[in-house]
Design a protein around this ligand. Structure first.
Ligand code: BG6
Length: 297
C-alpha cells in the first residue's frame, strides 16, 4: 500500500489501484476511486480545500451537532453541523495489510486514523463547547469499498450529549435515474415540509429539493442501496448509526450556495448520510461511542 502524507492531506493507493485522499482539515475524505480510477464521491469544483470553509463534497464529518440546535443549550452556539468539519485533525498513523505471495493483491487494505480532542481543538471551538473529549476517525480502504467510523470518548468529569453524522456525497450520473431502497415503510422527518413526520412508501426517488431524516424500519443490519437505471451502484451499511439523511439541494438551493459548482452538479450527487441525529447521544465520563458506515459498490 502506497501512502503519502504532507501537512494538509493523506493519500493511500492499494496495489490494485483503489485510492483515497483525506484532508487533515475536517478529516474530510475528498476523493475515493475504484481500481479503474472512477471517482465515487462528488466534490464541488468550487469546494474550499484551504481550511477557509467546510468542504462542499466528499465526506464531511458532522460533530457534535447536526444542523443547528437552538433548543439544546450545550450546542446552541455552535456553527451548523458543529466544529469537526472545520477543525484541523491530526494524522495518527496507518495500519495496512499488505498482499503477500500467499495472498492475492485483492486482500490488501489500509486504515488511516485521525484524531481531534479538546487538547488540540482551537480556542474558539473550545469556548463554544467546553467538554473534555477525544475523537478518532478511521478511514478504511479495501478493494470492496470504503468504511469510515468515529470513536468518541468522554475524557472529562461531566457527561455531555452529541450528534454525529457522515455527510457522504455519492457521485452518480443522473439524479433522475436514482432509486434508494432499504428505506421502505420507514418514518422520516421532512425538512423541506415543515419538519413533518411522514412514512416512506416504496423506493425513494428524487424529483426536487430533498432533505429527510429517515429512521430505517429494517434496522441497522439492513443496507441502504442506491440504484441508477436499475443497477445497484452503492450499498451503505451502518454500525450503531440509527438514521439516514437523504439530501439533494436541487436547482435553487444549489444556485444559492457559493461553493456549489457546477450549478447543475446536483444532478451528479446524492447525499446518503449515516448518523445519530434524532435526539442526543449521552456520554458519561469515561464512556465511549462507536459509529461507522461501510460503502461498497
Ligand atoms: C444536510 C442537512 O445534512 O446538510 C441539510 O440535512 C443541509 O439541511 C445540508 O442543507 C448541507 O449543509 P451545509 O452546512 O454543508 O450547507
Amino acid at each position: 500500500v502506497n501512502i503519502s502524507h504532507d501537512n494538509s492531506r493523506v493519500s493511500a493507493v492499494l496495489p490494485t489501484g483503489e485510492s483515497v485522499d483525506v484532508l487533515l482539515f475536517g478529516a474530510t475524505v475528498i476523493s475515493w476511486k475504484d481500481r479503474a480510477g472512477n471517482e465515487k464521491l462528488w466534490l464541488s469544483d468550487a469546494a474550499k480545500l484551504d481550511g477557509s470553509k467546510a468542504v462542499r463534497g466528499g465526506i464531511p464529518l458532522v460533530f457534535p451537532v447536526f444542523g443547528t440546535a437552538p433548543d439544546h443549550a450545550a450546542t446552541s452556539s455552535l456553527p451548523q453541523h458543529g466544529f469537526a468539519r472545520n477543525s484541523k485533525w491530526e494524522f495518527l498513523g496507518k495500519s495496512s495489510s499488505e498482499s503477500s505471495p500467499s495472498t492475492s493483491p485483492s486482500d490488501a487494505s489500509v486504515k488511516l486514523d485521525f484524531g481531534l480532542s479538546s487538547a488540540t481543538l482551537d480556542e474558539k471551538s473550545k469556548s463554544l463547547w467546553p467538554f473534555t473529549f477525544s475523537a478518532i476517525y478511521s478511514v478504511t480502504l479495501t478493494t470492496e469499498g470504503l468504511s469510515t467510523g468515529i470513536v468518541v470518548t468522554n475524557d472529562g468529569q461531566e457527561p455531555f450529549e452529541f450528534q454525529t453524522l457522515l455527510h457522504t456525497y455519492l457521485r452518480i450520473k443522473d439524479i433522475t435515474k436514482i432509486e434508494v431502497t432499504g428505506l421502505e415503510d420507514s418514518e422520516y422527518i421532512d425538512k423541506v415540509d415543515g419538519a413533518k413526520t411522514k412514512s416512506q412508501s416504496g423506493a425513494v426517488t428524487i424529483t426536487g429539493e430533498t432533505d429527510r431524516v429517515y429512521t430505517p424500519a429494517k434496522g441497522p443490519s439492513s443496507p441502504v442501496i442506491v440504484s441508477e437505471g436499475g443497477s445497484e451502484i452503492f450499498s451503505v451499511l451502518r454500525d450503531n448509526l440509527k438514521e439516514i439523511v437523504v439530501w439533494n439541494p436541487w436547482t435553487e438551493k444549489a444556485a444559492g450556495m457559493g461553493d456549489f459548482e457546477p450549478k447543475d452538479g446536483f444532478k451528479n450527487m446524492i447525499c446518503i448520510e449515516a448518523g445519530s441525529v434524532r435526539g442526543w447521544t449521552a456520554l458519561e465520563p469515561g464512556d465511549v461511542f462507536n459509529g461507522a458506515q461501510t460503502i461498497s459498490y
